[in-house]
Design a protein around this ligand. Structure first.
Ligand code: SF4
Length: 246
């Protein structure tokens, strides 16, 4: 005779395993399949003149911050940029994904997370049960560091007013830090090198989960399981059902 508790646990395990399989299927072949159609999109920095501030925005809306970042010379990174890269996604998002800084393609397009890593991130978002543009995506620094190096501390500090404005205005229920550099900036590094991935921290009062950067996942597919564990923890914290388990 199977108890109700055991039955519930078995059901949860089955759903979790099924969700993992779907996740692995969905994020395989990343960078090949076209992204799903966009919903309400705010691609700040890419085409500032096209950005329509949401009704009720304060006078200093994120599109104004994006314009300020486009003109900013607050640190040395402005010297090598083609365009500043502010954000994409929904300003009403309950999750904000934050990477370390723009790469080559982002610098040219003025959008964060384009190219293969961006396609993979979009698949991760969809696998979590969100539409591609229902989340908000940005970086710690808005201008591309040379040679794709991690931003220096003084550069991240100079750029923090933009990040802080984004977190304050979007007011997400959770942040996902993508990669060690972003995790470090958002306070997810444990003292004495005790790891960073899979750890909860807090940034300006918002819970932060640190996980691997999609670019790392492209190079290390075996890490998919760990990333899925981290994203499941975020869904659980938000009280959202596993995709497909609803
Ligand atoms: S990285 Fe940030 S602080 Fe530095 S120039 Fe660009 S927008 Fe300004």
């Amino acid at each position: 005779m199977v108890s109700e508790d055991a039955r519930a646990e078995l059901l949860a395990l089955t759903r979790s395993a099924a969700a993992l399989l779907r996740w692995e299927e969905e994020i395989s072949g990343c960078g090949v399949a076209p992204a799903p159609a966009r919903s309400r999109v705010v691609d700040e920095g890419a085409a500032l003149g096209d950005v329509a501030p949401a009704s009720g925005d304060s006078p200093r809306s994120l599109s104004v911050w994006a314009q300020e970042a486009a003109d900013c010379r607050g640190c040395r990174l402005h010297e090598g940029r083609t365009r500043s890269v502010f954000a994409r996604g929904s300003e009403q998002a309950e999750i904000v994904f934050i990477g370390e800084g723009p790469g080559y393609h982002e610098d040219r397009e003025g959008l964060p997370f384009v190219g293969q890593a961006g396609a993979l991130l979009d698949k991760m978002v969809v696998a979590m049960g969100y539409e591609r543009d229902a989340v908000y995506i940005c970086n710690v620094v808005k201008c591309r560091p040379p040679e794709n190096r991690a931003p220096h501390e003084d550069e991240a500090a100079a750029c923090s007013r933009f990040l802080d404005a984004q977190v304050a205005q979007v007011a997400p229920r959770a942040i996902v830090a993508l990669g060690r550099s972003a995790a470090e900036r958002l306070g997810c590094i444990e003292p004495e090198g005790r790891g960073w991935r899979g750890k909860w921290s807090s940034y300006r009062g918002v819970p932060v989960m640190a996980t691997y950067h999609p670019a790392y996942l492209l190079r290390t597919p075996a890490a998919k399981r760990q990333v899925w564990d981290d994203l499941q923890a975020v869904l659980a914290r938000l009280g959202r059902a596993l995709p497909g388990g609803r």
